[in-house]
Design a binder for this molecule. Structure first.
Ligand SMILES: Cc1cc2nc3c(=O)[nH]c(=O)nc-3n(C[C@H](O)[C@H](O)[C@H](O)COP(=O)(O)OP(=O)(O)OC[C@H]3O[C@@H](n4cnc5c(N)ncnc54)[C@H](O)[C@@H]3O)c2cc1C
Length: 517
């Protein structure tokens, strides 16, 4: 197999002509080029924008073509999971991306885990989320954070795959195997959309059930059972389930189980997190700014912004959702927290993004281990208490800078409605000043960012304020056979890195079981 780089197509040209282009460069017949697969696709936005491809293909007598510019041999490596035979059934607590890939990884190595997930399966969970959006009735155990698929289920499902290692390729392959489009393999900024990711996850779960994984949905684990610094199982209500291996894949919102882990003397440490607002703009404004004259030929535009307040402290955009919706993504009653989601077509008329300011130890009132969680919950409750409802406080960005309050420029896409509020009175002085300085800087990069934008508060759950410290073998530093993984354990951020963490943990667990038997 060969690879050819730097094949260019105009924005309106079909990928079907890639084979013709390659045959012209190689000076062979089109039919001589076989089994084309795109390896990378990127946009070259200089001068007249075009897509640039790297393509693998097969041809007879391939060595003959290696002298041609941009052609090299393709080396295809795949992660092969070693299979063992064992009666051991590890428990996995939490079924978000890290829990899913820990479970799937274990299964494909011959180990059948037992999964406990506090939320519902996706079909029921979707109705529960819908009920919250329409009737403000939140189920604290099954919502945008909790349930089959975890926090990324009601998301944009942007798949940030910076790591090119074989394990990451394995995850991409699994997503495609269960229904994701092939292009997530090579797009620069792949995304799936909430509508598509939900059915992919459902198919994965059904497959795991068929292969013998035991699932307990709507089952909140209240305690991890530990004896003599070794894990012994979990407790769900009054029921105990025993296993000598427990994976905790909790996500960043399981405040209750973190407290229980602390009481059980599992070593936890506080870590930096971030809070801020969600800004929203007309999608057309962002598209025109980012894609210039070609905005109607290109996909909905995203942006990634960062402004250094000082060398050690930056304000940044987070989880940008082109053509998306702002959603109430909390898991606590009478508290508001915001995030963004979008459908695969990304065709809502607004685009939104989190704008976040880091919160460090010195910004918290005390150095208690749980001070970060309290800080987050206080902000979320403050937002709720302002109107005694799930309506989010909202303001025009321009008015925020001028310390004024005028009617909003447009009605936000936010799921539970907004009310006008001067957000100068919401955050600490430091956060308010950081946001203002960053907005002025962002307006230089995206024209109209200030004048045409609105902002809603608060965005609080971008990462976990706590880390469950582990060793390089993925076990807790002080509790044997406890495997803390994913975003809640403090070792990943986002869908793909959390999935990767779960898969890598499954390999460590298999190695441990194998070496013991
Ligand atoms: C609205 C929204 C949009 C997002 N958009 C994107 C995006 O586009 N791209 C991206 O990369 N990331 C996105 N994220 C972030 C991404 O979802 C997370 O980084 C990722 O889901 C973390 O995976 P995880 O497995 O570590 O934890 P989670 O996905 O949070 O999963 C943890 C699971 O553990 C369960 N659990 C918690 N406590 C218990 C307990 N006591 N007993 C049993 N089960 C328990 C929870 O119910 C949950 O299902 C988004 C998040 C949200 C909320």
């Amino acid at each position: 197999m060969l690879n050819i780089n730097e094949i260019k197509l105009n924005l309106d040209e079909s990928e079907e002509i890639l084979s013709t282009k390659i045959s012209q460069i190689l000076k062979v017949k089109n039919s001589d080029i076989k089994n084309i697969s795109i390896k990378r696709k990127s946009l070259d936005a200089r001068d007249i924008p075009c897509y640039v491809y790297s393509v693998d293909f097969e041809i007879k007598n391939e060595d003959k073509y290696l002298k041609i510019k941009n052609i090299t041999k393709t080396i295809k490596n795949k992660l092969i999971l070693e299979k063992i035979e064992t009666p051991v059934r590890p428990i996995v607590v939490g079924y978000g991306p890290s829990g899913i890939f820990a479970t799937l990884g274990l299964l494909r190595q011959g180990i059948k885990p037992i999964v406990f997930e506090r939320g519902s399966r996706i079909d029921i969970r979707s109705k529960e989320v819908d009920k919250f959006f329409k009737q403000n009735e939140l189920n604290e155990n099954s919502n945008i954070q909790f349930g089959e698929g975890g926090a990324g289920t009601f998301s944009d499902a942007k798949l940030t795959t910076r790591s090119k290692d074989l394990d990451m390729q394995y995850i991409v392959d699994v997503l495609i195997e269960f229904g994701a489009k092939e292009s997530i393999r090579y797009e620069h900024l792949p995304h799936i959309g909430t509508d598509k990711i939900r059915s992919i996850i459902q198919r994965i779960t059904n497959y795991l059930i068929k292969e013998g994984v035991e699932f307990h949905f709507n089952s909140k684990v209240d305690e991890i059972l530990i004896e003599n610094e070794k894990v012994k199982g979990v407790r769900v209500g009054s029921q105990k389930y025993h296993s000598d291996i427990v994976v905790v894949a909790l996500g960043h919102s399981a405040f209750d189980l973190f407290k229980s882990l602390h009481q059980s003397k599992v070593y936890l440490e506080a870590k930096e997190f971030a809070v801020g607002v969600r800004v929203e703009h007309p999608k057309l404004l962002i598209d025109k700014n980012q894609n210039k004259d070609y905005y109607n030929l290109l996909d909905s535009a995203s942006y990634s912004l960062i402004h250094k307040i000082n060398p050690a402290y930056s304000v940044y955009s987070f989880c940008m959702c082109p053509g998306g919706h702002i959603v109430s993504s909390g898991s606590n009653k009478q508290a508001i927290c915001l995030n963004g989601m979008s459908y695969s077509l990304r065709n809502n008329k607004y685009s939104n993004s989190g704008i976040l300011v880091p919160v460090r130890k010195q910004d918290l009132k005390n150095d208690d281990l749980f001070a970060g969680f309290e800080y987050i919950l206080n902000l979320e409750k403050k937002a709720y208490n302002l109107s005694n409802s799930y309506k989010a406080p909202a303001q025009n960005i321009k008015d925020f800078l001028n310390n004024e309050l005028n009617p909003l420029k447009f009605e936000s896409s936010y799921s539970n409605g907004t009310f006008p509020y001067n957000l100068n009175n919401f955050f600490s002085e430091n956060i308010t000043n950081c946001l203002k300085e960053a907005f002025i800087n962002f307006d230089k990069k995206i024209k109209g960012f200030i004048d045409e934008g609105i902002m809603l508060a608060p965005e609080t759950r971008s990462s976990c304020p706590i880390r469950i410290k582990r060793n390089i073998d993925y076990q807790s530093v002080n509790i044997e056979n406890l495997y803390p993984i994913g975003e809640g354990a403090g070792y990943s951020g986002g869908i793909m890195s959390s999935a990767l963490d779960g898969l890598k943990a499954s390999i460590k667990i298999k190695d441990k079981i194998k070496n013991k038997e």
